[in-house]
Design a protein. Structure first.
Length: 289
């Protein structure tokens, strides 16, 4: 059992990465990984030649079951759902951060993945993100390799049609910092020039039971600027941060995180803003410094 535990710990980060991309939730990803350990501890794997592959299959099936069970209860709030960031790092210009960004999973991508059917999401994550073959994906979803390929293809079209960050990290950082400066100064025109005309702001404040904030989706540059100016009073408490390795902001008041905002920047314009303002989920986050 000790040897089994050591082998599992060697795979924990990988399994957590698979589960997080599948579920978009830190706590649910940890639950899925823990369930994989429980199943491992109850199984005879003496004949398993590839334990890493076995564990990946197990945690993927656990995630698939979790996605299927939660789909119905999320449909009403899907438009405003913003996934948890798995990494929240304060202002830094360390060279390694650009390397981190190359493998980053932005919240905007996770928002798109939330719109996929469970089997589509699993096929895309396992094949496109982790390089599993369609034979392996088919085994997890209980379909033929051809069907697994089709699931991934449908998911890929949806993902490729969504806004995505482009350009170098330093340019993205400059735009985020310009947005912060304009917000701090209540500069309407300064904000407007940074936004794509069709920009989308998505704010997830949870179910409303823990505070006055309301979940909403705001579309269009003028409407987004008006929303941004409403929170000018919080600008002094807002700082640059890397959210899952991608430039964004975090607002901290009296040691408590009030919001996390992730930017999607395309062709030098902000095309999407995803704000997590759910007090319950924010309470579980810490800012690395």
């Amino acid at each position: 059992m000790d040897e089994l535990a050591r082998s599992f710990e060697e795979q924990r980060d990988h399994l957590r990465g698979v589960a997080y991309r599948m579920l978009g939730s830190r706590s649910e990803a940890e639950d899925a990984v823990q369930e994989a350990w429980l199943r491992l501890s109850r199984s005879d794997v003496s004949e398993v030649a590839n334990l890493a592959g076995w564990l990946t299959t197990v945690v993927s099936r656990v995630c698939l079951d979790m996605l299927r069970s939660r789909k119905s209860r999320r449909e009403d709030s899907l438009d405003t759902f913003v996934p948890d960031p798995v990494s929240l790092k304060a202002d830094t210009r360390a060279p390694e951060d650009e390397a981190v960004q190359a493998d980053a999973v932005g919240l905007a991508l996770l928002v798109v993945l939330e719109t996929l059917a469970p089997a589509e999401r699993l096929a895309f994550v396992l094949h496109d993100m982790f390089g599993l073959s369609f034979d392996e994906v088919a085994e997890v979803v209980g379909k033929s390799p051809a069907a697994a390929r089709q699931l991934a293809s449908r998911a890929r079209r949806r993902v490729q049609g969504a806004p995505a960050n482009d350009g170098d990290p330093s340019r993205q950082r400059a735009i985020v910092e310009a947005f912060m400066a304009a917000s701090r100064g209540g500069d309407f025109e300064g904000l407007l020039v940074l936004l794509d005309p069709d920009v989308v702001l998505r704010a997830d404040a949870g179910d409303g039971s823990s505070g006055p904030a309301v979940s909403k989706v705001v579309r269009g540059a003028l409407a987004v600027v008006e929303q941004a100016l409403m929170f000018t009073r919080l600008a002094p408490y807002t700082e640059f941060a890397l959210i899952n390795g991608v430039p964004g902001t975090v607002t901290v008041v009296n040691g408590r995180i009030q919001s996390v905002m992730a930017f999607t920047i395309t062709d030098g314009k902000v095309t999407e803003l995803n704000i997590l303002a759910d007090p319950d989920r924010l309470a579980e986050l810490t800012v690395e410094r």
